[in-house]
Design a protein around this ligand. Sequence first.
Ligand code: HAM
Length: 468
Amino acid sequence: MITKQKGCYDIYGTEAKKWNYVSRLIDSVCENYNYSFIRTPIFESSELFHRGVGETTDIVTKETYDFKDRGDRDITLRPEGTAGVVRSYIENKMYGDPDQPKKLYYNGTMYRYERPQSGRDRELTQFGVEVLGSDDPMIDAEVISLAVNIYRLVGLKQIKVNINSLGDTESRDNYRKALVDYFKPHIKDMCEDCQVRLEKNPLRILDCKVDADTDVMKNAPKITDYLNKESKERFEKVQKYLDLLDIEYVVDPGVVRGLDYYDHTVFEIEAKVEGFGSQNVLGAGGRYNGLVKQLDGPEIPGIGFAMGLGRLMLAIEKEGIELPIDESIDAYVMYVSDTEKDYATTLVQELRMNGFKVDTEYTGRGLKAQFKQADRLNSKFLIILNDEDLKDNRIQVKNNKTKEEEKVELDYLMYYLEENMESSYDECDCGCGCGDHCDCDDDCDCGCQDGEECKCGGHCHCHEEGEE
Ligand code: HAM
């Protein structure tokens, strides 16, 4: 048997519905913030990531999937989305549009050759945004608020936003010098990677996973002490806008992020729910004012972030959030004879064309087994075809919730389904605001007893009016 590769996943069934729900929610949030979707290739020239993400980053030195194509070109599967979006921005001269800044978002697979563990995959799906063409601290706060609002809207409560500033070039140069002076006397006791980093890119020492818990690392100089006046003021403005947007955050000088393109604002959003595991950064990002120029474009500032959808789904599960996914269909068309089957073929098509979610029998089951299949599919209505009824231009329809059965005129079927759909819904229409799905024959799922005060603070009318 051929099995999937390590660190990759098949997502199907209810899980796939949850992913689609979250992706649609992301689309609608991005639409509200007026971000446009961008789709860039999954593979790009290796040079893009070497120059964009950074030669000395863990991603480029250890984690990329590199290969030569049949034309002997050096190709890399994208490990992240920013470099490709910036390449596209430059190549398509989007900076020439009068409509600036360009606010873009993407949602796609990325590839990193990492040691797989919970929340760390080799094929990962990232949703991300990139804003190009504005250096206003207000947009830094907008990008953070967009991320936070997505987490809020899916229902996550246990998250923490950590922000920091890496300052401008002058601040980072001073900080780099301070790091070299500080680490030099200790470097022989540190890992081999750190020894190389000291020469090439001392800031990356702070990403080291091997020496992370040593005193040397913990007592290292903090960037916040090296920010010049302009960088400090800029960072204060970002915080002012976050306060205005009512976003809770913590300033954490330890947030440096493992990619080379960042300057000024950097941030990460952590999952705080118990049992999440060590890969608890749900999403992260920052400003990259030098990247467009570095990739041969004009001097244009940018900021963005990305979140791993796998980690987001894990946080949803750990916080016990029930996503409102629809696991039902409107109608299941049942038949036995060949003539009934022919009729089913066209009826199913007609119902679907009219917007109903409909299925039928494809495996030769008998009528009894078809009833079971309709239950498995949570069908609201059963449409039971019968040659005798069809001769009379009628059709037998059973409401699977109320168990009422009726013979309905063929011409009237669509109206009948539409009019009666309400009574077969499982959702609570009591207006109690519990957000749960309420089984109207039973007590409300929110925990209240029918007729009692709902624990959610509202009043539940699970049965018909007057019976509360
Ligand atoms: P990153 O911090 O490398 O940033 O990744 C962003 C998010 O992608 C992480 O917080 C995590 O949720 C998810 N992620 C990363 N690696 C994995 C993995 N191996 N398995 C599962 N999830 C993972 C970037 O990628 C930047 N491009 C973000 C950005 C956009 N900065 C500015 N614009």
